[in-house]
Design a protein around this ligand. Structure first.
Ligand code: ATP
Ligand code: MG
Length: 554
């Protein structure tokens, strides 16, 4: 566990409350997603905090689906949310709740507020209501229905529930203060009519509580001690407090922290949904998406995401985190754990003229230099190989230390190779290299001989064809969310698909999600689309660690 000195302000506050509450006190937190989309890396920060605080202090964390809007929510989203939280490494046990479990209780409480003169049925439509609300600088105006008798509101509210009125024709509003400086307090809507089928309550209800009316009471019902949420809820806290005080029920402590923002991406669920619906990405789990499902498919590990969240920390002040920090976290994790492999992205054939036809040698390759327990594997070597097209230049510039006519390179784990001749097609393109190897350079007299470059390769007869998907940032600019036309900021080069890549044969059987370092090319993982006959790999990240370099320079 962390030392007390390194606790963030949330952990400090919760620990302090726990001490003050004395022996036997128990922390209860909750993670409350709306099931209207997939969870993203920002949610991971909240999950790590909510579940982390509870775990560290011997408490519990509830998973509560805040399912108050049937029009946008689905059971499929609920299922995916649960999968993603478990994948990230957190568990709620039997503490699974739904705001919809409390619909009847919330209805009863709404009646209580009406009776107390603290809520009323309004008949303004949405446009009128906006007009009456006022602005940040001007107070709002009171609805003409505001002071109708409680009995009348009670009756109308019951008839709203019974389905007598069309959608949008009436609302139940709290009677607070139309002149409040906090717009959330200007008679907020508590219920609207929505004749929609809810994924859990079916058609039992045609009026649905607003998020703000459901949220605080749900926390209260569950005995949540610390309701941790992002800064935008700071302005809602007075409203939550007003509801809880007016009802005379238990009030949890709400603490707000800054949400996670990442550059080169959008993070609002509304925008992520627009990317999916507009077919700008393949799906919610497209490896370019900042969703947990997308990151997983891209090859991110739960450990790397938890580590990233810990590095980013929890603070009160909003900031934007460089996506390079996230990439750094996954590189560090995969560097420790990923098996190395050789893969040629853009193959160029090499024929070794002094190596016997039909001969195959099994050379020894290290599986992970960071982890000796990972052992070694046998790499087949033969007369015909593939090397990377960009590792050869016919007319190299001065500092090109790879292969060129008359020049030598070390083949990784193998011999020193010399290019003797270039074979071209009719178009004048290089299609094959005729080479020789120094047969003594592996374990013979010249084994220690050093040449400037080392390149990776695969044996042509043994390699398997694979599709490799290379990803770049989804957006071209650092803060796409600041553009009105943020779709126009999509990076057209965010996905490059390479066919006919050549990989070590053993990779064809890789399980979806299994991560590898393709030497010199980056970390890759097998995609769920992958089959032994047609392997597909996603590049998680390249090996160039922009963040580590920045840190070293700083
Ligand atoms: P949207 O991003 O579309 O506004 P949301 O934040 O309303 O979605 P919820 O499902 O309500 O999404 O979020 C569940 C919890 O996750 C909330 O408590 C919210 O504060 C937290 N959360 C959402 N986005 C972030 C973020 N970027 N950083 C940290 N926490 C977040
Ligand atoms: Mg929300």
């Amino acid at each position: 566990m962390e030392s007390a000195a390194s606790l963030d302000f949330v952990r400090e506050a919760v620990a302090e409350d726990l001490r003050a509450a004395g022996p036997g006190a128990r922390v209860v937190t909750r993670f409350p997603p709306e099931p209207n989309g997939y969870l993203h890396i920002g949610h991971a920060k909240a999950i790590c905090l909510d579940f982390g605080v509870a775990r560290e202090l011997g408490g519990v964390c509830h998973l509560r689906l805040d399912d108050t809007n049937p029009v946008k929510e689905t059971q499929a989203y609920v299922d995916q949310i649960m999968r993603d939280i478990r994948w990230l490494g957190f568990e709620w046990g039997d503490k699974l709740f739904h705001a919809s479990d409390y619909f009847e209780q919330l209805y009863t409480w709404a009646q209580q507020l009406i009776r107390a003169g603290l809520a009323y049925v309004d008949e303004l439509d949405a446009d009128q209501m906006r007009d009456y609300r006022g602005t940040l600088t001007e107070p709002g105006r009171e609805s003409p229905w505001r002071n109708r008798p409680a009995e009348e509101s009670l009756d109308l509210f019951a008839r709203m529930r019974a389905g007598e009125f069309p959608d949008g024709s009436r609302t139940l509003r709290a009677k607070i203060d139309m002149a409040s400086g906090n717009i959330n307090m200007r008679d907020p809507v508590m219920y609207r009519i929505r004749k929609a089928t809810h994924q859990r309550t079916g058609d039992t209800w045609c009026i649905y509580p607003m998020y703000d009316w459901a949220h605080g009471q749900s926390d209260s019902i569950e005995g949540v001690t610390h309701s941790l949420c992002t800064l935008e809820y700071e302005d809602h806290r007075p409203l939550y407090d007003w509801y809880l005080q007016s009802l005379g029920i238990y009030r949890p402590r709400q603490i707000e922290f800054a949400r996670l923002n990442l550059n080169y991406t959008v993070m609002s669920k509304r925008k992520l949904l627009a990317l999916v619906e507009g077919r700008h990405v393949a799906e919610w789990d497209d490896p370019r998406m900042p969703t947990l499902a997308g990151l997983r498919r891209r090859g991110y590990t739960p450990e790397s995401i938890r580590d990233f969240c810990a590095r980013v920390g929890v603070a009160k002040k909003a900031n934007v985190i460089d996506v390079a920090v996230l990439e750094h976290a996954v590189r560090e994790d995969l560097n420790r754990r990923a098996q190395r492999a050789l893969a040629v992205l853009r193959p160029l054939k090499v024929v070794i003229e002094n190596y016997p036809e039909g001969q195959v040698e099994h050379l020894t390759a290290v599986n992970n230099p960071e982890d000796p327990s990972a052992g070694t594997r046998a790499l087949p070597f033969s007369r015909e190989l593939f090397i990377e097209r960009e590792d050869f230049m016919e007319e190299p510039p001065k500092k090109f230390f790879r292969l060129s006519p008359g020049n030598e390179v070390r083949l990784r784990y193998a011999y020193i190779l010399k290019c003797e001749r270039v074979v071209k097609n009719e178009a004048g393109e290089v299609v094959e290299l005729r080479c020789t190897v120094d047969l003594e350079s592996l374990s013979g007299a010249t084994a220690q001989r050093r040449v400037k470059g080392t390149v990776h390769w695969v044996s042509a007869a043994h390699a398997r064809d694979a599709e490799l998907r290379l990803y770049d940032r989804l957006f071209a600019s650092e803060s796409p969310e600041s553009h009105d036309d943020w779709i126009a900021d999509l990076n057209p080069a965010s996905l490059e698909v390479l066919q006919g890549c050549k990989v070590e044969a053993s990779l064809a059987a890789a399980e979806a999600g299994a991560g590898f370092q393709f030497e010199r090319q980056g970390y890759f993982c097998a995609d769920p689309d992958s089959t032994p006959e047609a392997p597909v790999f996603n590049r998680t990240v390249t090996l160039k660690d922009a963040w580590a370099r920045m840190q070293a320079r700083a």
